[in-house]
Design a protein around this ligand. Structure first.
Ligand code: ATP
Ligand code: MG
Length: 559
C-alpha cells in the first residue's frame, strides 16, 4: 500500500497483511432485511466493501435472516438495488444466515456434547429473573446440570417439533456470575413454530443472533468482522464460541462508532414508524435519510461515498452536521451539473419598450468553468418572469437587485430599469413595468454600461410550468434520537411546494439528470412523479449552507 492507512481499522488490516496473518481480506455487510438501508448503513457498506476492494479482497452481502419474517422481498430487493447503486458489488457472495441453519445446528449439538450447552426448561420470565442485574450476579437454573445425554435428547426433540414455543431453550453454559451479562448463559436456540421465508417449515427452532453471526463469519472465512460499538460487549461471547468450537478460520471482531446525522434519524424501526404515521410518503420519500430517499432526492452516489470518507472511522460517538453531507453533494454537482434558469416564485415583468411579438435567442453558457459543455439558446421576449425576492419596493441602500427607478441586468440579456409598480387591491405587487436598454445585450451590446446586480429570468411566453418541491430537515432538534418521542419534534415545514417557471430547455430533462437553477440550488426531475406535461422537480440542495444559520439560531434560542 502506498498511502498510509486512513483509520484504525485500515491500520489493523494493513498490519495483518504485512505480517502475513492473512493474504486476503474478507469482509461482510450483514443487514437484517426489515427495512430500507439508511445513511448509517452507507458508512458500513463503504467500510466493508471499501477495505476489501482496496486490498484486492472480497466482501459478502449476507442477510441476517435468523428471525423468521412474513414478507420481506421488498426489503431484500431494495438492499441489493441500493448497494449496487452506491457502487459496490458482492459478485457470487450473496448469502443468508439461513444458508447455515444445518451447520449451526450441528455446532450447537457439538456444544451440548462438550457439556457447554444445556436445555433449560424455565419460562422466559423465570430466565429473566435468574439473570441478575448489572450489580448482582445471576443464579443458576435448576436445569443447568442436566446430563449431556438428556440435553442431547431434549435438543433433538426440540428440533423434531415435540414442544411448544417457549417450553425449552438451548443455552450456552458459561458463567451466571459474569460481570458481562452477555456471558450469563446466553440463549443459543429457541423454539418458534413459524415458517421461515427461505427454509419454509424445515425448522421450528431458530438460532440466536450472536451464535449465528459468529459462526456465519467463520464459515465464510471472514477475516475482519466489522460492527458498530454496541456489539463491543458481545465480543467476549463471539470469542467464546470461537474458542470452544475452534473452526478452521477464526474471524476477528472490530467495533467502530455509528454514524449519526444531525436533524434526522438512523434507525430502521423509527423510520418505519414515520411511514406508518404518514409523516413521509414511504421509504423512498426524498426527505428520508434512506439510500432510496437520497437517490430520489438527487444525491449522487459519489457524494455519499465522499461524505463517509470525510467522516472517517473512529470509536468516538459522532453526530455529523447535515451541512457536511450537503457540502459533499454540492461539490459533486458543482462540477457535474449544467446551469439553467428557473423562477420559483414568479413576478411578471413587462418590458414596455420591447417590440410586441419579437423573440431573441440569447446564448447562455451551460457551465461557467467547463466551456466544453457548450452553450444553449434561451428565448427572450417582452414579458419575463423574475423572482419575487429580486424586487423590493422599499429597498435598503445595499439592495442591488430591482427597485423602483433602479436598474438590474437580466442574465445573458439586457439591463432593465423599473419604471412602474402595479399592485392588486390588497396592495400586493403583481407586475412591474420596466424598460430595457437595447445597447446592453450580453456579449454583443455596443454599450459597456455596468450595473451592480444580475438576476435570472424566464420568458413568460416560453416558460415551462413545473411543480417544485423544496425540502427542509425532518426534525426541529439536532438529535431527535435523544428525545422521548421523536414524533414530538417533527418539522411541520419539511416540504414546501411551489409552482415554478422553467426555461424551455428543461422540458426534456429526465429523472436522474441534475441541474443547477442559477442562484437557487441544484434540482432534478422526481423519479416517481415527474412526467410530461406534469413536471415535478426536487430541490436536491441549496447553493449555500443554510444549516450553519439554522445552527446559530438554535444556539441563540437555547441561551
Ligand atoms: P437499525 O437500527 O437501523 O435497524 P441495525 O444495526 O439494526 O440498524 P442492520 O441491518 O442490522 O441494522 O445493520 C447492518 C450493518 O450496518 C451492521 O453491521 C450495523 O452495525 C451497520 N450499521 C447500522 N447502522 C449504522 C450506523 N448508524 N452507522 C454505521 N453502521 C451502521
Ligand atoms: Mg439490527
Amino acid at each position: 500500500m502506498s498511502e498510509a492507512p486512513r483509520d484504525f481499522i485500515r491500520q489493523i488490516i494493513h498490519d495483518d497483511l504485512d505480517s502475513g496473518k492473512h493474504d486476503e481480506i474478507v469482509t461482510r455487510f450483514p443487514p437484517e432485511p426489515n427495512g430500507y438501508l439508511h445513511i448509517g448503513h452507507v458508512m458500513s457498506i463503504c467500510l466493508n466493501f471499501g477495505v476489501a476492494a482496496e486490498t484486492g479482497g472480497r466482501t459478502f452481502l449476507r442477510y441476517d435472516d435468523t428471525n423468521p419474517h412474513k414478507e420481506d422481498q421488498e426489503y431484500v430487493d431494495a438492499i441489493e438495488r441500493d448497494v449496487h447503486w452506491l457502487g459496490f458489488d458482492w459478485g457470487e457472495r450473496l448469502t443468508h444466515a439461513s444458508d447455515y441453519f444445518g451447520q449451526l445446528y450441528e455446532a450447537a449439538e457439538k456444544l451440548v456434547e462438550m457439556g457447554l450447552a444445556y436445555v433449560d426448561s424455565l419460562s422466559a420470565e423465570e430466565i429473566r429473573a435468574h439473570r441478575g442485574t448489572l450489580t448482582e450476579p445471576g443464579t443458576n437454573s435448576p436445569y443447568r446440570d442436566r446430563a449431556v445425554d438428556e440435553n442431547l435428547d431434549l435438543f433433538r426433540r426440540m428440533r423434531a417439533g415435540e414442544f411448544a414455543d417457549g417450553e425449552h431453550v438451548l443455552r450456552a453454559k458459561i458463567d451466571m456470575a459474569s460481570p458481562n451479562m452477555n456471558l450469563r448463559d446466553p440463549a443459543l436456540y429457541r423454539i418458534r413454530h413459524i415458517d421461515h421465508q427461505r427454509t419454509g417449515d424445515t425448522w421450528c427452532i431458530y438460532p440466536m443472533y450472536d451464535f449465528a453471526h459468529t459462526l456465519s463469519d467463520a464459515f465464510e472465512h471472514i477475516t475482519h468482522s466489522l460492527c458498530t460499538l454496541e456489539f463491543e460487549d458481545h465480543r467476549p461471547l463471539y470469542d467464546w464460541f470461537l474458542d470452544q468450537l475452534e473452526p478452521p478460520h477464526r474471524p476477528r471482531q472490530i467495533e467502530f462508532s455509528r454514524l449519526n446525522l444531525a436533524y434526522t434519524i438512523t434507525s430502521k424501526r423509527k423510520l418505519g414508524m414515520m411511514i406508518e404515521n404518514g409523516v413521509v410518503s414511504g421509504w423512498g420519500d426524498p426527505r428520508m435519510p434512506t439510500i432510496a430517499g437520497m437517490r430520489r432526492r438527487g444525491y449522487p452516489a459519489t457524494a455519499l461515498r465522499d461524505f463517509v470518507k470525510r467522516g472517517g472511522v473512529t470509536k468516538k460517538d459522532k453526530l455529523i452536521e447535515m451541512g457536511v453531507l450537503e457540502n459533499s453533494v454540492r461539490e459533486v454537482l458543482g462540477v457535474e451539473a449544467e446551469r439553467r434558469m428557473a423562477v420559483l416564485k414568479p413576478l411578471k415583468v413587462v418590458l414596455t419598450n420591447y417590440p410586441k411579438g419579437q423573440v431573441e435567442m440569447m446564448e447562455a453558457m451551460n457551465h461557467p468553468n467547463r466551456p466544453e459543455l457548450g452553450t444553449r439558446e434561451v428565448p427572450f421576449s417582452r414579458e419575463v418572469w423574475i423572482e419575487q425576492d429580486d424586487f423590493m419596493e422599499e429597498a435598503p441602500r445595499k439592495f442591488f437587485r430591482l427597485k423602483p427607478g433602479g436598474e438590474v441586468r437580466l442574465r445573458n440579456a439586457y439591463i432593465i430599469q423599473c419604471d412602474e409598480v402595479i399592485k392588486d387591491d390588497d396592495g400586493n405587487v403583481v407586475e412591474l413595468r420596466c424598460s430595457y436598454d437595447p445597447d446592453t445585450r450580453s456579449g454583443t451590446g455596443t454599450s459597456d454600461r455596468k450595473v451592480k446586480g444580475t438576476i435570472h429570468w424566464v420568458s413568460a411566453a416560453h416558460a415551462v410550468l413545473a411543480t417544485v418541491r423544496l425540502y427542509d430537515r425532518l426534525f426541529t432538534v439536532p438529535n431527535p434520537n435523544a428525545v422521548d418521542d421523536f414524533m414530538d419534534v417533527l418539522n411541520p415545514d419539511s416540504l414546501e411546494t411551489v409552482q415554478a417557471m422553467l426555461e424551455p430547455s428543461l422540458a426534456t430533462l429526465e429523472p436522474g439528470d441534475a441541474v443547477q437553477f442559477e442562484r437557487l440550488g441544484y434540482f432534478c426531475p422526481d423519479s416517481e412523479d415527474h412526467s410530461s406535461p406534469d413536471r415535478v422537480f426536487n430541490r436536491i440542495v441549496t447553493l449555500r449552507d443554510s444549516w450553519a444559520k439554522i445552527e446559530k439560531q438554535a444556539m441563540q434560542g437555547q441561551n
